[in-house]
Design a protein around this ligand. Structure first.
Ligand code: MRU
Length: 353
């Protein structure tokens, strides 16, 4: 199943190239980031979005930052790299992949500290590129495990975009769907438009349509109606951060879908790389929820929907309690309740492997 675009790439010009997700689907265009600040801006403005894609972009942004640090000695270099790390993790707070990727770049620098600085800088570029390759491999492995959860003929509902655009390639929730299709299953997809940023309507519909996977777009408030009529067989979503007990932060509206799925006896699956699992966060109550600009709610494509002066709330994520989650597909296999044990065990196999 071909994906003819690259979400995030390190170019041979020493720049970071991102498909501009704020312009899709009207325009397939790319932004070329030449420095740390440009990558930071791309993450913050959601030109690149989706937890794993943010992680890889942040690692490449750190590498760009490292190339520009003027220092002769490692301690001075590392102090500046840590300052960039502190700045980078403020770009978006909920997806743990951002902090995970930045910490990995810092650890890599420490491992290379005895080499000449030119080799440390090269090593950070290589590490960022390795993280990209690992993410694609993780998504393919997750797809192989996760597709077994979907029967032939399944009508799957997904929310937001957890596809190739949200990762370094292939996707998490859409990776599971792609793998099921590649296994010969006839899968059809309901996609929520995903107010207010419309990742479902703009991005998931674009990706699936390109791949020839049958997709039907619905507004977010239609999901219950189709579940009640027996027209949804499974829900599959991605994740921005999963706490040690399985509580899962994902795009706003995910929690409501999980409650609806439970009310209708429909399995609710999460697909995620282990880089999204935050074992240091005991449960979902501590996950920071990003609050975005009210204009995303009051306006559509720059045009006002609401009377001027009316305030709007805009939490970008919500937390689905683990009790609503039927299973979590990862690159190391399927986790089931109790998640406090199964997630830790899968993470340990990943480290051992
Ligand atoms: O605000 P976004 O578009 O970055 O939010 C993305 C999501 O909520 C995705 O579902 C999640 O990052 C998983 S992507 C594989």
């Amino acid at each position: 199943m071909g994906q003819a675009f690259e979400t995030v790439a390190w170019t041979d010009r020493g720049t970071v190239r991102l498909i501009d997700q704020t312009r899709l689907p009207a325009e397939e265009s790319y932004v070329e980031c030449r420095d740390f600040a440009a990558v930071y801006h791309a993450i913050r403005s959601m030109q690149v979005r989706g937890a794993p894609a943010i992680g890889v972009a942040a690692a490449m942004g750190m590498a760009l930052g490292a190339l520009a640090i003027r220092a002769e000695e490692f301690p001075v270099f590392f102090e500046e790299l840590e300052r960039l790390a502190r700045e980078m993790i403020t770009a978006r707070p909920t997806a743990v992949n951002l902090a995970w990727a930045v910490r990995r770049i810092l650890r890599t620098a420490q491992k290379l500290r005895d080499l000449p600085l030119v080799a440390v800088r090269d090593g950070l570029v290589r590490e960022a590129c390795l993280m990209k390759a690992e993410d694609v491999a993780a998504n393919r492995a997750m797809g192989r495990h996760g597709q077994a959860l979907l029967p032939d003929g399944a009508r799957v509902l997904t929310h937001c975009n957890a596809g190739a655009l949200a990762t370094a390639g292939y996707g998490t929730a859409l990776g599971v769907i792609r793998a099921a299709v590649e296994a010969g299953k006839r899968i059809t997809v309901w996609v929520d438009e995903t107010r207010p940023f419309l990742q479902g309507a703009r991005l998931t519909a674009w990706e699936l349509h390109r791949d020839g996977i049958p997709v039907t777009l619905i507004t977010d408030n239609m999901a219950g109606h189709f579940m009640q009529r027996g027209q949804v067989d499974a829900v599959v979503v991605g994740a921005d951060r999963i706490a040690a007990n399985g509580d899962t932060a994902n795009k706003i509206g995910t929690y409501a879908l999980a409650v609806l799925a439970r009310a209708h006896g429909i399995p609710f699956y999460v697909a995620t790389p282990l880089s999204t699992v935050d074992l240091e966060m005991p449960d979902g109550s501590g996950i920071p929820i990003e609050e975005r600009a009210p204009e995303e709610v009051t306006h559509l494509a720059g045009r006002p929907l609401a009377p001027a002066g009316v305030g709007a709330a805009n939490p970008a994520f919500d937390v689905t309690p683990a009790a609503y989650i039927t299973a979590i597909a990862t690159e190391q296999g399927i986790a089931r309740a109790p998640y406090a044990e199964s997630l830790r065990a899968l993470a340990a196999t990943a480290v051992a492997g």
